[in-house]
Design a protein around this ligand. Structure first.
Ligand code: 16G
Length: 183
């Protein structure tokens, strides 16, 4: 296989899922996420592996040319230590079937602290029942910790609140409202 251009160094995913509030039964690890599956950073070559088609299961994606894809990928890669798009590939089909993103936001508050934002979590409907949603979200916690974040946040629909609560996320008393102004 031609060498892959990864968004971030694969060694960064050398983390222990046991440090996540998400509990797996049967046990899963990043090195062994299930038969035929691999967890790794997004690669430039994933344009050919259905990454954008997968995102369409989450929301609108539109038509993205290979040129536009590569430009955005390069931009994200250049923003060092900021974008961590993690994918789950079914290597038997060369297809991306799950993904989640950690965006690391640098702050002045909390002594120049960092906040991890979990974004664009999606697992193909065809792979339900294999704990892969839990895996995609569960990875983000030890990853954010390893990258020095003091908290991880996400926004979701009302129907998903219970799901994320089960993975350790809480509505904070004075800070639970996600507000949005669409442009
Ligand atoms: C969900 C996603 C968010 C994504 C948004 C897209 C998670 C935890 N949350 O809220 O990351 O950006 O959907 O919705 O995956 P939009 O197309 O309305 O912006």
């Amino acid at each position: 296989m031609a060498s892959q251009d990864y968004l971030f160094a694969p060694e960064i995913l050398d983390i222990d899922l046991d440090q996540s509030d998400a509990k797996f039964n049967p046990k899963l690890s990043i090195a062994d996420p299930g038969e035929g599956l691999v967890v790794r950073p997004l690669a430039k070559q994933d344009y050919e592996k259905g990454f954008l088609q997968l995102l369409k299961e989450l929301t609108s994606v539109g038509n993205i040319s290979q040129e536009a894809w590569e430009a955005r990928f390069n931009d994200m890669k250049q923003c060092k230590d900021t974008y961590f798009v993690v994918v789950i590939e079914d290597t038997t089909l060369n297809k991306i079937i799950g993904a989640s993103t950690l965006v690391v936001e640098k702050k002045f508050i909390h002594e120049c602290g960092k906040v991890g934002r979990v974004e664009d979590v999606v697992v193909s409907n065809d792979y339900r029942g294999r704990q892969l949603g839990k895996l995609a979200v569960g990875i983000m916690q030890p990853l954010a910790k390893k990258l020095g974040c003091y908290k991880v946040t996400l926004n979701c629909t009302d129907s998903m609140v219970k799901y994320y609560t089960g993975l350790g996320y809480k509505m904070e008393d004075n800070n639970a409202n996600f507000m949005c102004l669409r442009l």
